[in-house]
Design a protein around this ligand. Structure first.
Ligand SMILES: [Zn+2]
Length: 315
């Protein structure tokens, strides 16, 4: 695929380069050619005076979009990223929402601690029968897994929480473990430690920054999601679809997420079921990725097929 031509000339689309690009009606996009979409993207980049580094990301995004099975979807989202400015009001809202969620989850965790056995994961991890192997996670940091029985795997991961909400996040330890444990046969023991190291993931808790695997700034659910990222599990939701117009997220971050999203296929089923998408717990595939399981791991975690429950087709 040739790189997009820098000549805009006669094919310049009918949008005023000095107008408000934010009101361009994207519903007209399915009717325009991908070439025209690329031209509009170039005009938009000039219009918002996109910094050079972000321009390079957009150009890479255009190349990836054109090589993808759905160029117009990706080109539209790219255009939206460029034309959606960072919005301080949205960011403030996000900050308040994240902090409120965290406080609510801490209150729920305090109530739960009175009735639940919060030491299950810790006792399981300490069991003398565990056989640990070390796995490299995000940024090359390590955590330990016992994956001998794919139906019943264990993870021990050390986290150093820093920043303004560190004390609160640490109170969610058991709630995060139990959220991950909803997968069944997946016991995660998070140990909060007061040091960094090759075997420690240091995470911030800054509510003014969009949550990511190194910033556990919202409540239990988000922290469980981010914790899985540390264990090499990718997002399951449609990243460009969701974040393109997210003005609370810096544009360079939206662009790097956009580019990253090409590296792993989008699977609607996983999006529906997984905590990495719109589901509420890790899927078997997520669990197997987290423990570095091989192809047979997911197969072995599937419930056994009952005899007679699947009709055999007669030839
Ligand atoms: Zn994520």
């Amino acid at each position: 695929m040739n790189p997009p031509s820098p000549q805009l000339g006669a094919n310049r689309p009918a949008i005023a380069p000095t107008g408000d690009l934010g009101v361009v009606d994207l519903s007209t996009w399915p009717k325009v050619s991908t070439k025209e979409m690329v031209d509009r993207i170039k005009i938009a980049m000039d219009h918002v005076k996109l910094p050079a580094a972000e321009r390079l990301s957009v150009e890479e995004g255009v190349r990836k979009a054109l090589a993808s099975p759905n160029p117009s979807f990706y080109l539209q989202r790219l255009f939206t990223i460029i034309t959606t400015p960072e919005d301080p009001a949205q960011k403030t809202q996000l900050m308040q929402k994240a902090s409120a969620q965290l406080k609510a989850d801490v209150a729920a965790a305090n109530a739960q601690a009175k009735v639940a056995n919060t030491s299950v994961e810790e006792n399981d991890a300490k069991s003398a029968s565990r056989s640990w192997t070390t796995v490299k996670g995000y940024g090359g940091k390590t955590y330990d897994v016992d994956k001998r029985d794919p139906k019943n795997v264990f993870v021990k991961i050390r986290v150093h929480a820093t920043g303004p909400q560190a004390a609160d996040i640490k109170k969610l330890e058991d709630a995060i473990e139990k959220t991950l444990g909803k997968a069944g046969g997946f016991t995660v023991d998070i140990e909060f430690v007061e040091r960094d190291g090759d075997d420690v993931f240091t995470v911030g808790t800054d509510p003014t920054v969009w949550p990511n695997c190194l910033n556990w700034s919202a409540g239990t659910f988000v922290a469980a999601h981010e914790c899985l990222h540390l264990m090499n599990v990718e997002d399951a939701y449609n990243v460009p679809g969701r974040h393109a117009a997210n003005g609370a997220m810096p544009r360079d971050q939206r662009l790097s997420l956009f580019l990253h999203s090409f590296d792993h296929g989008y699977d609607k089923g996983r999006d529906r079921d997984s905590i990495m998408g719109h589901g509420d717990k890790p899927t078997d595939a997520d669990v197997c990725t987290a423990v570095g399981g091989d192809a047979s791991c997911v197969q072995q975690r599937l419930p056994p097929v009952k005899m007679g429950s699947v009709g055999l087709r007669k030839q």
